[in-house]
Design a protein. Structure first.
Ligand SMILES: CC(C)(COP(=O)(O)OP(=O)(O)OC[C@H]1O[C@@H](n2cnc3c(N)ncnc32)[C@H](O)[C@@H]1OP(=O)(O)O)[C@@H](O)C(=O)NCCC(=O)NCCS
Length: 167
């Protein structure tokens, strides 16, 4: 595999700051994870998840980064790069935002900054894998000029694979 630069871990946009995880993100991160509705996450469980993310980043040089609003300073979710179903060479872009922050363009704004960070590592292509029913996520990807590539089938349904070349 070619060598890639480490992804920048501090990104700023007009309304948002993406920066490294802190242990103090655990309570807000647990609320976000609990909003998925699959199970309740304690702050301790979220702290462990943060530890796992930080360890993964030390190994991979890519990261999912917490998103903080510049004006309120609150944690509203995360966005970044992850190997996911793809590879470290052509990773996935991923994002998840707290419900209270949806539909204000934040995911698109954060993901645009992550595209720049991905290009800065020297990578040439990103992927995203999304359930076909996830209209908001597909819309974010369309706004970012990702294009549909293929479908795969998993135990819990179809997965749409989208891709985007980096400049
Ligand atoms: C996907 C997600 C991150 C989008 O975050 P967001 O900050 O609301 O996204 P944005 O505001 O940047 O863009 C959302 C777009 O989807 C559109 N949208 C929202 N709900 C929609 C729906 N039910 N049908 C069609 N479009 C929809 C919005 O109108 C907006 O498009 P527009 O700018 O053209 O109006 C957020 O919905 C989320 O966290 N979902 C749960 C986690 C998740 O699914 N992550 C992605 C896994 S692949």
């Amino acid at each position: 595999m070619p060598t890639y630069a480490t992804m920048p871990y501090h990104l700023e946009t007009e309304r948002l700051i993406l920066r490294p995880w802190a242990e103090s993100d655990a309570p807000a991160f647990s609320e976000l994870l609990s909003e998925r509705g699959e199970r309740t996450y304690t702050a301790d469980r979220a702290r462990q998840a943060i530890g796992g993310l930080l360890a993964g980043t030390r190994y991979s040089g890519i990261a999912l980064l917490p998103i903080q609003r510049r004006d309120d300073g609150d944690f509203i979710g995360y966005c970044g790069l992850t190997t996911g179903r793809s590879t470290l060479e052509e990773p996935e872009i991923a994002y998840e935002l707290c419900r209270r922050a949806h539909n204000r363009g934040y995911a698109t704004e954060a993901a645009r900054a992550v595209l720049g960070a991905a290009a800065a590592t020297g990578r040439r292509r990103l992927w995203s894998t999304v359930a076909p029913w996830n209209a908001p996520s597909l819309r974010v990807l369309a706004k970012l000029e990702f294009v549909r590539d293929h479908l795969s089938m998993e135990d819990n349904g179809e997965v749409v694979w989208l891709t985007r070349e980096l400049p």
